[in-house]
Design a protein around this ligand. Structure first.
Ligand SMILES: Nc1ncnc2c1ncn2[C@@H]1O[C@H](COP(=O)(O)OP(=O)(O)O)[C@@H](O)[C@H]1O
Ligand SMILES: [Mg+2]
Length: 276
C-alpha cells in the first residue's frame, strides 16, 4: 500500500479533507448511482434502514443501519444467525431490500448490481468460497482485477508488500495454503480492484490468535491508506479493539452502536455479547 497524507488520521471526520472528490452536484452519474440530496454530509458508506430477506422469504434485516467513513474500520458483531452476513450482502447488492437504501460517496446505489458496485469502489470478501483453490495465488490476484483495463502489475506488487508470504507462494495453488494464508489471498484479491471500501465477512474465521492479530494489523494498514473497512467478526472483543465504529446486530436489528471503545466498555454489551 502506498503512503498517503492521511497515514495517521484514522477516524478523521473531516470529509472535506478525506474525500474531496467523492461527490458532485450533477443529478446523473455516468457510471451508475444517483445523486440525491440529503447524504452529502453523511458517512462515506451507509446502508440505511435496510429491511429485507432472501427471495420471497421472511425479512431477515429489520431497519438495519451500518456505516463507515473513509479510512475508518467499522465492525459488525453479534450472535450466530443475527444477520451479519445478510447485512453485508445487502450492502453489496446481493439482496433485494424492501425498504432502506445504500449510499457511497453521496450516491444512491440501492438499485445497482454487485458488479456495478465494484465499479463504484466496493470490494467484498464473502465468508466462504472466497478464493479459487485450484488456481495459483497469482492467478487469484489476476482474477480479482477482472474489471480493470489498465496495468495491474503495480497493484499485485502492493499486495505482495502487504502480504510477503504470498509472493513466496505465488506459483502455488491457493488451496494448498494454510487458513490464514488463504484469507490473505482473499483480501489481496479484493484489493486488486483498488477499492475505496473493503468489506470482509469473518476474515479471521478458523485461524489461530497469532494469525488473527497479524491479519488485523494488515487490515489496519489498509485502512491507513484511506480505504474504508466494513468487517464482520466472531472475535468480537479483539475486533472492537481496532474498530472506529461498532455495531452489535441482534435478530436483524441494530442492538448497540458506538465506537469500538464505547461498546467494549458497555456493561450490557460485555455481559451479553463479549462473555462478561
Ligand atoms: N441464502 C439464504 N437463504 C435463506 N435464508 C438465509 C440465507 N442465508 C442466511 N439465511 C438466514 O438468515 C438469517 C441470518 O443469517 P446470517 O446473515 O448468515 O447470520 P450471521 O452471519 O449473523 O451468522 C438466518 O436465520 C439464516 O438461516
Ligand atoms: Mg455470517
Amino acid at each position: 500500500m502506498s503512503d498517503n497524507a492521511y497515514q495517521n488520521t484514522r477516524g478523521n471526520k473531516d470529509r472535506s479533507i478525506t474525500n474531496p472528490d467523492g461527490r458532485s452536484t450533477s443529478d446523473a452519474i455516468e457510471d451508475g448511482g444517483t445523486m440525491r440530496p440529503g447524504h452529502a454530509d453523511g458517512p462515506f458508506l451507509i446502508g440505511e434502514n435496510m429491511t429485507g430477506g432472501y427471495g420471497s422469504g421472511a425479512d431477515i434485516l429489520h431497519n438495519c443501519t451500518v456505516a463507515v467513513d473513509q479510512g475508518e474500520i467499522a465492525v459488525i458483531v453479534g450472535p450466530n444467525g443475527a444477520g451479519k452476513s445478510t447485512a453485508m450482502k445487502a450492502v453489496f447488492g446481493m439482496l433485494n431490500l424492501r425498504e432502506g437504501s445504500v449510499w457511497i460517496g453521496g450516491k444512491d446505489i440501492t438499485d445497482l448490481t454487485p458488479q456495478a458496485r465494484v465499479a463504484q469502489g466496493m470490494a467484498f470478501v464473502p465468508q466462504t468460497s472466497n478464493i479459487f483453490t485450484s488456481m495459483t495465488v497469482e492467478e487469484n490476484l489476476e482474477m480479482g482485477a477482472f474489471l480493470r483495463r489498465d496495468d495491474i502489475r503495480a497493484t499485485i506488487e502492493q499486495v505482495y508488500e502487504l502480504f510477503p508470504i504470498l509472493k513466496d507462494k505465488r506459483r502455488q495453488a491457493a488451496g494448498e495454503l494454510s487458513g490464514g494464508q488463504r484469507q490473505q489471498v482473499a483480501v489481496g484479491r479484493a484489493l486488486m480492484t483498488q477499492p475505496q471500501l473493503l468489506m470482509l465477512d469473518e476474515p479471521t474465521a478458523g485461524v489461530s490468535p497469532i494469525v488473527m492479530d497479524e491479519l488485523f494489523d494488515r487490515i489496519i494498514e489498509v485502512a491507513r491508506t484511506g480505504i474504508s473497512i466494513l468487517m464482520v467478526e466472531q472475535n468480537a472483543r479483539q475486533a472492537l479493539e481496532i474498530a472506529d465504529k461498532g455495531y452489535v446486530l441482534v435478530q436483524g436489528r441494530n442492538g448497540f452502536t458506538g465506537t469500538g471503545q464505547d461498546l467494549l466498555a458497555d456493561p450490557e454489551v460485555r455481559r451479553s455479547f463479549l462473555g462478561g
